[in-house]
Design a protein around this ligand. Structure first.
Ligand SMILES: Nc1nc2c(ncn2[C@@H]2O[C@H](COP(=O)(O)OP(=O)(O)OP(=O)(O)O)[C@@H](O)[C@H]2O)c(=O)[nH]1
Ligand SMILES: [Mg+2]
Length: 374
């Protein structure tokens, strides 16, 4: 049985073409004219054709039509969704990190904001302030604590979480062997030169500077030049295997200072080889050199990587390049590893200070806190 069907278009020709494409060239045109119905959005012209084809019942158009995406579009969409969810979860975490601040007693709220702004991780800020709150009985006491008292409380809690160890450990009673390890550009070579001045030249102890930095072209030249200026002998351990031999050759030196290459994340081989070579010499005190300008999370990341060398002390450099000292202090408190020294600039040897708790607190609060905690 034949039936009639209407097609629409921007012209009669395009409506007919559409009908023929769908129903075949033999389609019989029965009527043409202007589209005056309620579906004018389909085109101003209408053509009606007769056909024997059977059509399913038209499904009413839903006001909530949805395009069905192709598989490629679905994958792209999922990826976009995934990245949006990731972005939102970071945002939520960072917002959540600030929420507990509101539960501090009013006396601690300014201190909380200042400590967080310094880069001290939020968990540590909460821990310190909760301790201060208990110690000063701030929830119950009707007497308001003054700023100086709160600051002293914070300094004293933080000091109890931090360790310092400025003097190198003496193995065999007198010998001091120090190796500086750490990320590229952290300041290992410069710091080693400062230590060489302090422990080698100033103390007049028989000393040697040893470098294992033979990976990059002329890398050891910087250390060699410092050794020449300081008037100390310099030796280069060209392979991890040669470390033991050179240490044996210099066993009568009281001070042995070892510079190492800043193996990056892509130098895994260099990393593995040297960490094994150092593991065979527990008499060497390994100090991890890290830039104070790095964020707490970056320092933690570096710690996970460099702990393969089993560092027993921390040196923070580039202290002069930041005003926010909570990140590295929080890192030192979280790891519990003692801080040995702080580097405040490039000058050898002036810009190195041995670590002390008052100095660390001074960095966090400025001079007033140092006086308060002293
Ligand atoms: N402002 C400032 N610059 C520093 C400090 N310590 C080192 N530097 C500078 O930072 C740069 C890198 O220092 P290096 O001592 O060569 O660092 P490194 O860790 O030996 O670097 P690699 O051997 O390449 O891994 C040099 O220009 C230093 O002068 C510091 O405490 N403050
Ligand atoms: Mg170096």
């Amino acid at each position: 049985m034949s039936s009639r069907r209407t097609y629409y278009g921007s012209s009669v020709e395009s409506a007919v073409a559409q009908a023929r494409q769908e129903l075949g060239e033999e389609t019989l045109l029965v009527e043409t004219g202007l589209n005056t119905g309620g579906n004018r959005h389909l085109g101003p012209y209408a053509v009606t054709v007769e056909t024997d084809a059977v059509f399913p019942e038209p499904v009413p158009e839903s006001p909530f039509t949805m395009d069905v995406p192709s598989p490629e579009q679905s994958i792209g969409g999922l990826k976009a969704l995934e990245s949006e969810v990731g972005r939102l979860s970071v945002l939520v975490r960072s917002l959540a990190a600030h929420l507990p601040t509101f539960s501090y007693v009013p006396e601690l709220q300014t201190a909380a904001a200042q400590l967080e702004a310094s880069g001290l991780p939020q968990a540590l800020v909460s821990e310190v302030l909760e301790r201060v709150e208990r110690r000063l009985n701030l929830r119950q006491s009707p007497v308001q604590a003054g700023d100086a008292q709160i600051r002293r409380g914070i300094a004293s809690e933080l000091e109890s979480m931090l360790a310092v160890s400025p003097d190198p450990r003496a193995s065999d009673g007198t010998r001091r062997l120090i190796a500086l390890v750490g990320p590229p550009g952290a300041g290992k070579t410069t710091t080693l030169a400062k230590l060489a001045m302090r422990y080698g030249v100033s103390s007049r102890a028989p000393s040697v500077i040893l470098s294992t930095d033979c990976y990059r072209v002329a890398a050891a030249d910087q250390m060699r030049a410092y050794a020449a200026i300081l008037g100390l002998p310099f030796v280069l351990a060209e392979t991890p295997g040669s470390l033991s031999r050179l240490l044996a050759e210099h066993r009568h030196k009281e001070v042995v200072l070892i510079d190492t290459p800043g193996c990056g994340p892509n130098d895994q081989e260099c990393f593995e080889e040297w960490s094994l070579a150092f593991a065979a010499h527990p008499e060497i005190e390994i100090q991890l050199v890290l830039p104070a300008i790095a964020r707490y999370e970056d320092l933690m990341h570096a710690w996970r990587r460099w702990s393969q060398f089993h560092p027993v002390k921390l040196v923070f450099t580039h202290i002069d390049a930041t005003r926010f000292h909570g990140g590295w202090l929080g890192f030192a408190a979280s790891t519990g590893v003692p801080v040995s020294s702080l580097s405040f600039g490039q000058r050898v040897p002036e810009d190195l200070e041995m670590a002390s708790k008052p100095l660390l607190m001074q960095m966090l609060f400025g001079g007033a806190a140092r006086a308060a905690s002293a």
